[in-house]
Design a protein around this ligand. Sequence first.
Ligand code: HPA
Length: 249
Amino acid sequence: MSATSRKIAVIGGTGLTELDGPEISQTLAVTTDLGQPSSPLSVGRWREQEVVFLARHGHPHKVPPHKINYRANLLALEAQGVTHIIAVNAVGGIHPDMGSGKIVIPHQVVDYTWGRESTFFDGEYRPLEHIDLTHPYDETLRYALVKASSECSVDALDFGVYAATQGPRLETIAEINRLERDGCDLVGMTGMPEAALARELGIPYASICLVVNPAAGKSDDLITMDEIRAVIDSGMSEVRDIIAASLSL
Ligand code: HPA
């Protein structure tokens, strides 16, 4: 990211329903041609940058991953004129280096979701078009986030293949083994179709993933919400630090 005319959107996920840091000047309850976004938009300034915050699951957290109106969320941000989108995703870790508390800036996605409205180019809202998604995340924005994490001394990994699953349940061991065989490092429920929709709108998009639990079968224990909450409480402040540092780059 560079220049001063940018406007950064942050889509907060589980554990990040508000963004303390920015001076919020407005809360906008907006609607779009494709319905209402998950939450009102919080518009403000942070480190001299214009920022727009959207809580992906609503605030308070209530919209399940498969029922999020991803298209409305993206259209609402586009209507605000955002130039970049930083997504925050809580994930399970599959790769041995991606244990609880680890922050990962993923570079690839495998989409296992189904039944979600996943395109603007459906022949109804917009005529059919096939977009390129070779690199699902914007490389320039990804590297800005990697650089920001080193500037604020957060140890983040700069690669990772994100598996997007349907949820809201977590996976079985056999499902995680399959994702691992497919080359996936992380598993979450909201990475798609969000990344693809951002690409369809031509808005650079990257994700900061916080590993909140070892994926099913990757530890001896069952996955508990208490464990996830504890990691979120400690890890989200590092995610905030990365976002803040990226605004100054
Ligand atoms: N699986 C899918 N989504 C998740 C997980 C998980 O283990 N943890 C957080 N989001």
